[in-house]
Design a binder for this molecule. Structure first.
Ligand SMILES: *Cc1c(COP(=O)(O)O)cnc(C)c1O
Length: 387
């Protein structure tokens, strides 16, 4: 089955694109080609598409359309949020709180801000990858301007207690940003329930196109832009809007929101089945991340006496795509820092794999994987595979 029919289990790296999304994008390329800033009919049609797309993303977040801007992806949304707040609120203070398990598009801006004189606290997580809200309470002070904690982790899937953290952040009048790229359209992400001021998401993690993302900015929150130009999107993000990408992301959001519960139930069931069976069939294997408070699609294991590298390569030969821990670090021969943050040893982190299911995956595909994978692990352990 697998050889001609490749099995894709790497949806946290990126997803395929819904057919209806492709249609919507094509429609924009052919029919809605205007510049949304122009007052003539083609321009107005582009503007209408932009406004209705903001409406769809806003609805998914329980926000208002005026609180949404579109960007070039999750990376840019995170950068705009972090640099924008750091600059706009620098008179109030220079302290920022984040976690030790953030995506590089949060972590690297934080490191840059440290070089510029900001004081950044990186909160540790427990063995399940969970931030303790009490640690936020202990770290926060009247110089804290921003707290940025991801909603769900991209490597091991743990979902953070965002609402509890938000209550603490609010008491100190700091701004709260969450990177919700992995959770948006995969679990509930209503901004008022979460209590966040800024929320980042990305098109290509939700069956939409790459190179487009959104940022929710709560009304009243000030952001200093770092892209200057035509003043599009309220001056926060200058540049002619990418209408095909934006409309594609909105379409993907709409489809996902229409059957969110159904999809979560299906994917969670497949995940639980995969975890249960793999633990029975392979010895010396450990589930990483939280046992229940995790993304519906995420399975992350560390397997003794193997390497993620070898497992990814061997599974690829068997026609199955998975990730060795984190896509962002799997090309480098160093263990994922996110996994080390869970207290894993280097050796355990090396033997790590991430399987992220999609709504289009079937029990048949999972069964095929469960069939071939134990043999692959045996081979690697026996030294029969190239490293
Ligand atoms: C993928 C990802 C990003 C980056 O999004 P892009 O659209 O690829 O720039 C940011 N944060 C998390 C948690 C991600 O998984």
């Amino acid at each position: 089955m697998a050889k001609n029919n490749y099995i894709y289990f790497d949806h946290s790296a990126t997803t395929p694109v819904f057919g209806e999304v492709v249609k919507e994008i094509n429609k924009c390329f052919t029919d809605i080609y205007g510049n949304a800033s122009e007052p003539h009919t083609p321009g107005k049609r582009a503007e209408e598409m932009l406004v209705s797309s903001k409406g769809i993303v806003a609805r998914a977040l329980g926000a208002k359309p005026g609180e949404i801007i579109f960007t070039s992806g999750g990376t840019e949304s995170n950068n705009i949020a972090i640099f924008g707040i750091a600059e706009a609120y620098k008179d109030k203070g220079n302290h920022i709180i984040t976690s030790s398990i953030e995506h590089p598009s949060v972590n690297m801006p934080m490191q840059w801000l440290e070089k510029k004189g900001y004081n950044v606290t990186y909160l540790k997580v427990d063995e399940y990858g969970m931030v303790n809200p009490e640690d936020v309470r202990a770290a926060i002070n009247d110089k804290t301007i921003l707290v940025s904690i991801m909603h769900a982790n991209n490597v091991f899937g743990t979902i953070q207690p965002i609402a509890k953290i938000a209550n603490i952040v609010k008491q100190e009048n700091a701004i709260f940003h969450t990177d919700a790229v992995q959770s948006f359209c995969n679990v509930r992400t209503k901004v008022d329930e979460l209590g966040v001021d800024l929320l980042s998401s990305s098109g290509h993690k939700i069956y939409g196109p790459k190179g487009v993302g959104s940022l929710y900015i709560r009304k009243g929150v000030k952001l200093t832009p770092y892209l200057f130009g035509g003043g599009q999107q309220g001056g926060i993000r200058s540049g002619t809007e990418n209408i095909p990408g934006i409309a594609g992301m909105a379409k993907a959001t709409e489809i996902a929101q229409d059957n969110l519960i159904e999809r979560v139930v299906k994917v969670t069931y497949l995940r639980e089945y995969l975890i249960e069976k793999i633990m029975q069939r392979i010895k010396n294997i450990k589930l990483c991340g939280h046992p229940t408070k995790r993304l519906p699609a995420n399975c992350n294991f560390t397997i003794k006496n193997t390497t993620g590298h070898a497992m990814v390569a061997e599974l690829d030969k068997a026609g199955i795509a998975i990730s060795g821990g984190s896509a962002c670090s799997s090309s480098l021969l160093k263990p994922s820092e996110k996994l080390l943050a869970l207290g894993l040893s280097c050796e355990e982190a090396y033997g790590s794999i991430r399987i992220t299911l999609g709504f289009e995956n079937t029990a048949e595909e999972v069964n095929y994987f469960l069939d071939v994978f134990p043999k692959i692990v045996d081979n690697i352990r026996a030294g029969n595979s190239i490293k």
